[in-house]
Structure formats: structure tokens, C-alpha cells
Write a protein that binds this ligand. Structure first.
Ligand code: AMP
Ligand code: ZN
Length: 474
């Protein structure tokens, strides 16, 4: 690392402290992020965690490193099999459409794609090899129910990440379900012997221990080691994954390889609704589709999420979303102004340089996005005042544009072009009403003609279940 480069610091759950971070090879950061279980469209809580990973990868790149991120798609687990059984489908028939929605939602929120999205069902052979290694090392055993379990008392580090009190460790007792509480820390299933519903839904494979399927935790160890090597730079996910998921991942991986599984463990805090965790099983979820229908732009959602530090809980509220919509409108106006300005002042360049310094310092200090946003808004205020002076210095204007692009390259909060021309808006609304009426009387020729007329004026429209949305194309 060149000495002039600033330090990058991250909170490491393993040590419960903020530590200096750099990739092992000085060049590429290898990140493994636990991805969605694809049995239901991911909710905004899940996406808060995925936005945290997006912020992480963009901030690391801003610092000058490359990123190789792997995010798994859990396409076989208890919940998916139950869903398949309820619907008389195979697990694949359940997971494929949900995976498609995941990527659409991800793209809507401008979350950069990970480099690899491995599916658990594509890594069954690697998982079997891992279980064989664990059995060979004497830390796993096949029980009377034919399932293979990890013996937690044979792995001295068990409980280190979640600071599990050793008295709670109930070795010998076994748990087969994928998710369980700390009170039930016991030998967990690596490989589960097949039940009739597993066979019926296509969730059973041949193995040295008979037909069966992997336990949830196993996939992440197998895929991370296969795609990123035995020691990751960063492993991240939501805070609820610390136990048992990440604890079990560490046990499986380190008992098999003897190497430290991940140098950094990073966890994002929950998104709440009315004070409780947003969760599918609680039925209090908001989806990305819901955001789109309410015409809440990706920029506003990103602003809303980034305006609270990732390690603090965040409550979803209409007021907060509205404030974010107003905030990003200001960012969009500023982007337009920068694009159309013809010159700046010396002070504009000074403001640009200090904004970049402030935002970078914030992001490199444990991804402090709220401080980065504050730095951006200070810049907008200062730059607007300078642009009011209608200077003619093109170099300072370029500096301001570059600074804004650099900052927004991480936050990505410029909304789609706003319609700020009331006359045009009225004209569009009139056409849309005509089109609605034409469609109601099934005069699709006329409806298409109106769409074309709008397109001629640079207006694109999108029909959603909440009505027709329109925007001026850039
Ligand atoms: P799942 O699809 O349930 O496996 O969860 C995918 C990711 O979303 C995991 O990293 C979870 O920790 C995370 N997650 C689940 N619920 C929330 C929530 N309410 N707020 C933030 N992250 C969450
Ligand atoms: Zn995982």
C-alpha cells in the first residue's frame, strides 16, 4: 500500500472493534456475502443488508482496490421445501422465478451485481467433499437417523464469533433444522437424510451417507472456499446470521482447512417496521415492488438506507422516505445544474476538493455513509452559492463535476430525471387520460397513437398496477 493512501477501517464482529483493513494480496478484496433464500421475493429488510454490501464494494473500489464478491443464492432449505410441498412443485420451480425477481429488484435499487452468484444446488459435490473431510478429521459423525452432524465439542473455537457462553454448548444433543437459537447450541446437521417430501420436490441427492440434502450452513463454506479460497478478506451479512449461521460456517470451514475462514466479519443491523424486525414470518414486509408502485425512486431508497449507519437499527417510516425523496430531488437538481453550467469560481474548486476529502474520510471510516451524505450536502450548498456567481472558470467547473461524480459513484442517489415543467406535466396528464379512455373502450390503435405522440416529446410511460408512470427520457 503506498504510504500516501488513507487507512480503511472496518468494524470486525470477531473482535468487536474497528480495525484497519487491507486485502491480503494488496490488490483485490475477496468478499463473501450471504445472499437471499429464494422462496419469496426479498423484502426491504433483506435489501438493506444487500445495500450495505453494495456500499462496501463501492467504498473499497473508491479506495483503489478491486473487488471480487461472491453472493450465494440459497435454493434448497427447509422453507423452500415446505413451499414446494404446499404448491405441489419442485424446489426449482419455486426458486427460479423468485431468483428472477431478486435480480430485477436488485437492479432497480442500483445494487451492483456481485462477480458470482452461485446456487447451492450447483455445489452439492463440493459440499459432499467437505463433509468427507470433516468426518476424516473426526469432527463429524453419522447418527442413527442417517444424517451427518458436526460435533461442536470437537472444535475448540466453537462460539467465538457469537461469544457463546461455553455452558450453553450442549454437545451430543443434536439439531436438524436449519435455523435455531443460541439456547439450542448443539451438534448441527451437515447432511440430512432424505425425507419423502425432499424426494418429491427434487431436493435429494446421492451421497456416501445415502440419499439426502445439505444443511443450510454447509453451502456457504463450500462455495466460499471453492470460489474465493480458504481465507476470505471479508464475510458479511445481516446481524441475525452471526448465530448459528456464521458460527457454523466457521466451524465447518476451519475444522476442514485448518485456516482462518475470514479475516473480517461484518454485519449490518436490521431494518424495522414499527419497532420490530422486518421479516417474512411476521408479515410486516415492504417489497421493492411496493416501492416502485408508490413511485419511490431507487435514489430515495438508497438515501433512506445510507442516511443511517449500517450498524444502527433503521426504522421504516413514511416521513423518512418522504424526507429522502426531497433530499434526492435536491441532488438531482444539482446534477442538472452542474451539467448545464458553463463556468465556476476558484472557490468552487476549493469546495469540490474539501468535499471529496470529507466524503472519503467518512466512507473509509467504517463506511460512515451518513457523514458522507452530510459532506455531499455541504458541497451542494457551497457549490450552488458559487454557481450563482456565474463564473467563467471551466477548470473549477470540471473539478466540481469530477468531485460530484466520484461521490455519487458510491452513493448513487441521483433520481431519474424529474419533470419540473408544470405545463409539460399538464399536457402529459391530458394525453394519459385520453389513453386511459381509449383503452377502456378497447381502442388500442388510439392508445398506441397517444403513446407514440408522447414518445415524440421524449416522454416514456410505464404501466404499473398503481397506474401509469411517466418520465422524460434523458
Ligand atoms: P434470507 O433471505 O432470510 O436468508 O436473508 C437474506 C439476508 O437479509 C440475510 O443477510 C439476513 O441477515 C438479512 N435480513 C433479513 N431480515 C432483515 C432485516 N429486517 N433487516 C436487515 N437485514 C435483514
Ligand atoms: Zn451464508
Amino acid at each position: 500500500m503506498p504510504p500516501s493512501q488513507p487507512e480503511f477501517r472496518l468494524f470486525n464482529t470477531m473482535t468487536r472493534s474497528v480495525e484497519p483493513f487491507a486485502p491480503t494480496d494488496g490488490d483485490t478484496v475477496r468478499i463473501y456475502s450471504c445472499g437471499p433464500t429464494v422462496y419469496n421475493p426479498a423484502h426491504l429488510g433483506n435489501f438493506r443488508t444487500f445495500l450495505f454490501a453494495d456500499l462496501m464494494r463501492r467504498a473499497l473500489r473508491l479506495r483503489g482496490w478491486k473487488v471480487r464478491q461472491v453472493m450465494n443464492l440459497t435454493d434448497v432449505d427447509d422453507k423452500i421445501i415446505r413451499r414446494a410441498q404446499e404448491q405441489g412443485k419442485t424446489i426449482r420451480e419455486v426458486t427460479e422465478p423468485v431468483t428472477k425477481v431478486f435480480h430485477e429488484d436488485r437492479a432497480y435499487l442500483r445494487i451492483e451485481p456481485a462477480e458470482v452468484y452461485p446456487k447451492a444446488t450447483d455445489y452439492i459435490p463440493q459440499m459432499i467433499v467437505l463433509v468427507e473431510r470433516l468426518i476424516a478429521r473426526g469432527v463429524a459423525y453419522q447418527a442413527e437417523d442417517n444424517s451427518v452432524y458436526f460435533a461442536i465439542d470437537r472444535f475448540p473455537g466453537y462460539g467465538r464469533l457469537s461469544r457463546l457462553d461455553t455452558r450453553e454448548v450442549r454437545s451430543g444433543a443434536r439439531v436438524a433444522q436449519d435455523d435455531y437459537s443460541k439456547e439450542n447450541a448443539q451438534d448441527f446437521a451437515l447432511w440430512k437424510s432424505a425425507k419423502p417430501e425432499d424426494e418429491a420436490s427434487g431436493a435429494a441427492w446421492d451421497s456416501p451417507w445415502g440419499r439426502g440434502r445439505p444443511g443450510w450452513h454447509l453451502e456457504c463454506s463450500a462455495m466460499a472456499i471453492d470460489l474465493l479460497g480458504e481465507t476470505l478478506d471479508i464475510h458479511c451479512g445481516g446481524i441475525d446470521l452471526i448465530f448459528p449461521h456464521h458460527e457454523d460456517e466457521i466451524a465447518q470451514s476451519e475444522a476442514a482447512t485448518g485456516a482462518t475462514f475470514s479475516r473480517f466479519w461484518c454485519h449490518g443491523a436490521f431494518l424495522l417496521t414499527d419497532g420490530s424486525k422486518m421479516a417474512k414470518r411476521l408479515g410486516n414486509v415492504t417489497t421493492v415492488q411496493g416501492m416502485r408502485e408508490a413511485q419511490i425512486s431507487a435514489a430515495a431508497v438508497r438515501h433512506f438506507v445510507f442516511n443511517t449507519h449500517y450498524r444502527k437499527e433503521l426504522n421504516l417510516s413514511e416521513e423518512a422516505l418522504e424526507a429522502s425523496m426531497n433530499a434526492v430531488r435536491r441532488v438531482g437538481d444539482f446534477a442538472d445544474r452542474l451539467a448545464t453550467a458553463t463556468g465556476g469560481t476558484t472557490e468552487l474548486a476549493v469546495a469540490a476538493d474539501s468535499a471529496v476529502a470529507e466524503v472519503e474520510a467518512a466512507l473509509f471510516d467504517d463506511l460512515n455513509a451518513p457523514n458522507a451524505l452530510a459532506g455531499l450536502f455541504t458541497f451542494i450548498t457551497r457549490a450552488n452559492a458559487e454557481l450563482d456567481k456565474r463564473g467563467s472558470d471551466t477548470e473549477s467547473l470540471e473539478r466540481a463535476r469530477a468531485a460530484f461524480a466520484r461521490i455519487n459513484g458510491v452513493l448513487d442517489i441521483v433520481p431519474e430525471r424529474q419533470i419540473d415543467d408544470p405545463e409539460l406535466a399538464a399536457w402529459v396528464e391530458e394525453r394519459l387520460a385520453g389513453r386511459r379512455a381509449a383503452r377502456e373502450r378497447r381502442d388500442f390503435g388510439e392508445a398506441d397513437r397517444i403513446r407514440a405522440e408522447l414518445a415524440e416529446r421524449g416522454i416514456t410511460i410505464e404501466d404499473t398496477s398503481a397506474g401509469t408512470k411517466w418520465k422524460r427520457s434523458r
